[in-house]
Design a protein around this ligand. Structure first.
Ligand SMILES: Cc1cc2nc3c(=O)[nH]c(=O)nc-3n(C[C@H](O)[C@H](O)[C@H](O)COP(=O)(O)OP(=O)(O)OC[C@H]3O[C@@H](n4cnc5c(N)ncnc54)[C@H](O)[C@@H]3O)c2cc1C
Length: 313
């Protein structure tokens, strides 16, 4: 019977909702138990949030000063130790999970299963390859602990009506000293989070400049949307790279995605595959984004955005 350990992702004492999505993937394995592991310097508030996630049997906490910052080199040996007795270890396929889980897998001597989209059985999973253009079924060795990252856009967050017990865990794990925390530089924004917002408005190279990008921000603020961008817009310096959507950016699944001046390269589309309604605005009627858009407007974004704003006023 399976027993799954889900690694909690958190920042500034708050649990990231990606954790509840990883719990949904764990539930699809139909395990005997799902436990959540919180590694932090003071894990109480995060543990209290994790305890509310439906399907969680218990929350385990490891309180150490070294865990104040999410350093993969520091967390991985503790996770490998805590994973003893578990059949699976899951973490979200976010920057946090992608950084952390290969180290966990290596320390445990197993191959990692990446970007799990669906669970076929306890050791068989589907995942995207070729920028999401093909889906492959992968089978992990039945004797090995399954170490996997969960493609968050493919899973709904588990509900929040639980009150699982919280237990402190003492781990005898040697923590390496070769990696230390120096600082965190984080873009600050009052706008909704790109990865969890139900509405996202993105701009591409067609927006033309950093100054012109203000038109995208203004429209987004008007409808309470997060702002994304294509890689071409990021590379051209129109906006910071934490706004990039796509294969090498963020994979998102908003209910509404509006793309302005984005051509629809496969590397961009892989980031919005799971979006609900896709609206594309492009002056080129042949742009590939129209092939996947639910609603397409052929025209100049600098004319269409003021018209949209007027309609919203
Ligand atoms: C390994 C790899 C990984 C990559 N990862 C990513 C990724 O994560 N995310 C990503 O986005 N890309 C990624 N790319 C790049 C991708 O291939 C494209 O180059 C990029 O997505 C193009 O961005 P764009 O659509 O903004 O620009 P373009 O392809 O140049 O398209 C601009 C569009 O704007 C339209 N336009 C211009 N002016 C206007 C106007 N006034 N009004 C309306 N429309 C207008 C044009 O008709 C055109 O269709 C990756 C590429 C590689 C090789």
């Amino acid at each position: 019977m399976s027993k799954i350990l889900v690694i909690a992702e958190h920042l500034n004492g708050q649990l990231n909702s990606a954790t509840a999505r990883a719990v949904s993937a764990a539930a699809a394995v139909k395990p005997e138990a799902i436990d959540v592991l919180v590694l932090a310097d003071s894990p109480d508030s995060v543990a209290a949030e994790a305890a509310k996630i439906d399907g969680v049997a218990k929350v385990l906490t490891v309180a150490r000063a070294e865990n104040a910052h999410a350093l993969a080199a520091v967390l991985a040996p503790q996770i490998a130790k805590a994973a003893e007795g578990y059949s699976h270890v899951f973490a979200p396929s976010t920057t946090f999970g992608k950084d952390l889980m290969p180290r966990v897998a290596a320390l445990m001597g197993v191959a990692q299963v990446s970007d799990v989209m669906s669970v076929e059985d306890a050791h068989t999973f589907t995942r995207p390859i070729y920028a999401g253009n093909a889906i492959v079924t992968v089978k992990a060795k039945a004797d090995d602990t399954v170490v996997a990252t969960i493609r968050t856009a493919s899973w709904k967050a588990a509900g929040g009506g639980n009150s699982a017990p919280v237990e402190a865990l003492e781990l005898d794990a040697a923590i390496p000293t070769h990696t230390r925390f120096v600082g965190l530089k984080q873009a600050k924004s009052d706008r909704p989070d790109l990865q969890s917002s139900p509405k996202v408005i993105s701009g591409g190279r067609g927006v033309g400049s950093k100054e012109n990008f203000d038109i995208i921000y203004k429209l987004a603020d008007k409808i309470g949307a997060a702002v994304g961008a294509s890689r071409a817009a990021v590379d051209a310096g129109y906006c910071p790279n934490d706004m990039q959507v796509g294969q090498t950016g963020k994979i998102i699944a908003p209910e509404l995605y509006m793309a302005f001046g984005i051509s629809g390269a496969i590397q961009h589309l892989t980031g919005i595959k799971d979006a609900g309604t896709i609206v594309a605005i492009n002056k080129d009627a042949e742009a590939p984004i129209f092939e996947i858009a639910d609603i397409g407007l052929v025209g100049d974004l600098f004319k269409i955005i003021p018209e949209l704003e007027a309609a919203l006023a």
